[in-house]
Design a protein around this ligand. Structure first.
Ligand SMILES: [Zn+2]
Length: 310
């Protein structure tokens, strides 16, 4: 029987009915009207009902991928920075609301599972998946199983420390990789340069409007050779590339799958990550390594969440 996959982002909930082969039969997207746990559960239920209606078939269970640190047995979201949540028992609340078994996992874990079974990871059993979008996330498939760790939060590449005592991260800690290289924080750092009057190139690219800053703006200013922008950009690119290269050294994956908005749109940043892995991962760990793009893109998480629930 098909299952239901949910992608819970910071601004919307998407639901899809997915068959056992990872094919989406129908999907629906609903904006989060309010971010309280009960409000979000209602929005998810609306999206789920619309997707099931669209598919015209019943579903047996539901999987949710959420941008959060999730305790693996209880389905409790320990920290969900995008939603401003701490310790929310989302799995339990959704099970009660939807009236069927619900499994809640980290969004990257869901994406990795989707790529393994229906995307760029097919045929491999050891994957490292790194997505850089508004945040930095990774997930690890080892011997065809998700590596979840004792508490369920293994693979949190975005929260390794790159500068002890450095910039404040959305998780509340200091000096995380995500605080330098996540899309949201790339924008924040670029706006800081703009506000400090340190970058005429950024003013030119945005007409001085902070609302027009994107990670690509920073990349363009850096590539134009402007010092202040280059400093911020190079630091982010180097931290990210080193972190991914070190992950490859530690894990020796068969495939490294790269995805997310920043790595898709900032072509230079993606190239830096690939070159970093080729230069800095240990030689033995990268023998036979295939570096590839996400095949399912934005659908990887929703398909993977549904397959995890099957
Ligand atoms: Zn962090």
């Amino acid at each position: 029987m098909p299952t239901l996959g949910i992608d819970l982002g910071g601004t919307f909930a998407r639901a899809a009915v997915v068959d056992g082969g990872g094919k989406m039969l129908a999907s629906a997207k609903v904006a989060l009207a309010e971010r309280s746990p009960t409000g979000v559960v209602e929005t998810i239920a609306q999206a789920a009902a619309a997707a099931v209606k669209g598919a015209g078939v019943p579903v047996s269970s539901c999987g949710v991928g959420a941008a959060a640190q999730i305790h693996k047995d209880s389905g409790v979201l320990s920290v969900a920075p995008n939603l401003g949540w701490r310790n929310v028992p989302l799995g339990q609340m959704l099970t009660a609301r939807l009236g069927q078994p619900v499994r809640v996992v980290n969004d990257l874990a869901a994406a990795a599972w989707g790529e393994l079974h229906a995307g760029a990871g097919r045929g491999a059993s050891d994957l490292l998946v790194v997505f850089v979008g508004s945040g930095v996330g990774s997930a690890i498939i080892a011997n065809a199983k998700l590596l979840d760790g004792a508490g369920g939060v293994a693979g949190e590449l975005g929260h390794i420390k790159v500068v002890p005592g450095g910039r404040r991260c959305g998780c509340g800690e200091l000096g995380c990789l995500e605080a330098y290289a996540g899309g949201h924080n790339l924008i924040t750092q670029t706006r800081e340069l703009l506000a400090a009057g340190r970058s005429p190139k950024l003013v030119e690219l945005t007409d001085g409007d902070p609302a027009r800053v994107t990670p690509v703006t920073l990349e363009l200013a850096a590539e134009a050779g402007e010092d202040a922008s280059r400093e911020v950009y190079e630091r982010a690119a180097q931290f990210l590339a080193l972190a991914v290269a070190n992950q490859v050294t530690v894990l020796n994956p068969a495939r490294l799958i790269l995805g997310g908005g920043v790595l898709t749109h900032c072509v230079g940043m993606r190239r830096r990550v690939v070159e970093g892995v080729q230069s800095w991962a240990s030689q033995v760990s990268r023998e036979g390594l295939l570096i590839t793009e996400s095949e399912l893109g934005d659908d990887s998480g929703i398909i993977g969440a549904a397959l995890l629930a099957a």
